[in-house]
Design a protein around this ligand. Sequence first.
Ligand code: D41
Length: 674
Amino acid sequence: MVERVPREAQARAAELRREIERHNRLYYRDDAPEISDAEYDRLFHELADLEARHPSLRSADSPTQRVGAAPGTQFATVVHRVPMLSLANAFDDADVEAFDRRCREGLEVEKVEYSCEPKFDGLAVSLAYEDGVLVQGATRGDGARGEDVTANLRTVHSIPLRLEVRRAPKLLEVRGEVIMLRRDFEEVNRRALERGERTFVNPRNAAAGGLRQLDPKLTAKRKLSFFAYGIGTAEGFEAPATHAKLLDFLAEAGFPVAKNRRIAHGAADLLAFYREVGAGRAALPYDIDGVVYKVNRSAEQERLGFVSRAPRWAIAHKFPAEEATTELLDIGVQVGRTGALTPVARLKPVFVGGTTIENATLHNEDEVRRKDIWRRDTVIVRRAGDVIPEVAGVAKAGPREPRDRFEMPAACPECGSAVVRLEDEAVARCTGGLVCPAQRKQALLHFAQRRAMDIEGLGDKLVDQLVEGGVVRTPADLYRLGIANLAALERMGGKSAANLVAAIEKSKDTTLPRFLYALGIRNVGEVTARDLARHFGTLDAIMEASAEALQEAPDVGPVVAESIATFMNERHNREGIEQLRAVGVHWAEGEPARRARAGPFAGKIVVLTGTLAGMTRDEAKERIEAAGGKVTGSVSKKTDYVVAGAEAGSKLERAQELGVRVLDEEEFLKLLGA
Ligand code: D41
């Protein structure tokens, strides 16, 4: 039976499709969105609803069909009607000059006009459009035949499902490269790490893996991108006279094309383009592995023709490899400014991407395990753009004796304090926050901050000088500085030295929240410091509290409690605190806040979500605390109640999942006795 679709519905669906695809182009091709994500979602859902009501509206070019297909079992073979040629490579200036000479001689001209573009480091694909609608997408394969990955390519938002042209050609194959943006690559790897899965060595591998997923929903999650660089079979299409015009046409038809492309005349221009693109490479949002030079005029391309399977009229000029293999001599550990311990590979020096590398990061212990890297292995070293070189993986295992295995040290190599790794964290940290030389500058700057001890005039230049000159090692040393020590420093006159000494002296008279915050305990911000001070009253009470007792304070969960207990358990830190008290840092101590032991919420843990009509979140919290309860931020099995106001979100869902009792506003007020 043919479905009857009201004309308004048809018209609205067509309009929505046009609008959504236009916003797709603005977002993915032009990087210039006009509407917010929420507005986009609204349009999208309106269309999806219309199509659900009238399934015959669901055409192949509808944006809703990007993730529609069901998983397949394998890919069908696609024979490329016009083979996808390969590109010859040039590795140095002489190769480029030879290419230019061959073109000049073949065409019998003095100077050849070229179109230059970056070479995207991805996977070549061919997209077939019939009457302007995307009907098939295939990988390059061996150039003669590839795999049908249409459903997967439909999930790539920068690929238009319909050509933006006035008169659509009967058939047009658009060719280009599928890539993954660096930021999407990082996201994919971050998610893989979280789930304990293997990470990808580079964006190209991640893109290749994404394109070959049997379930298009998994491809969609990879967020692939596309750039067009040419065409294949065409029927009912008058090809532009030059490559540059062809790219302009493709851009108008809705495809992203390289922005940094240029017309060049002769070899010198080509080499200038190569150097410019090479210099700007690190700043690009994607990886490129070289540039491509193409004879610009189509008529001249035809005259030059091709040899074996590569055109004579084009060449790829490759950048030096950014990956190399070398021997991993040792694995050391570096302590960062925040106390993070990073395993570092000591390498047999190797030339990668233009420089010699001797050290490369191994990120963290989990990465070392996941990539299964041991001392004396032969490893792959990678340098991408301006990022720190990293060990991407093992090329060949070494002898792998027990001593070759990496273990995170139990004590900090800089200060000997205990090293801990908190649950939920990938990073191991030195706990000697106050005393560790690696963390000294950072710790002192934090200590002196306005919202901490508020030592006016103690900025980073001064801290650098004080620490590097060995004058100050711990915060307590600041209070032992005299005008004479200071006046000896660069750019420090007698007057400023006197001012600084006065500011340091003044900071001795402080408050417990400021002092606590100044200690730089991980996860203890100003608010937590204030809550801790209020709850415990004295520093000694906090120093003696167990992780469990610490969680009694408002908003202190297991992670924060663990950070505080770890910090206070470290002997070096306790000594640091004693020294500060000994040099005269002081504050007025208070009584611990008395938590109501009786009341309707006595001993109960409550989570607030959504908006209450009758009170603010802070008021609700205060009333729960006054009634003996404790308010925490996230729902867990330990939660007794979730108070759900209007527009409650994921916390409410979580409560329902865990079977936690949910109170609406009325029930909440009733329980409070209001
Ligand atoms: O960016 C690229 N990776 C790129 C690849 C490009 N910009 N242009 C290319 N042009 C061609 C010809 C000249 C043969 C049409 C290519 C490729 N081919 C190519 N990609 C993979 C194999 C060949």
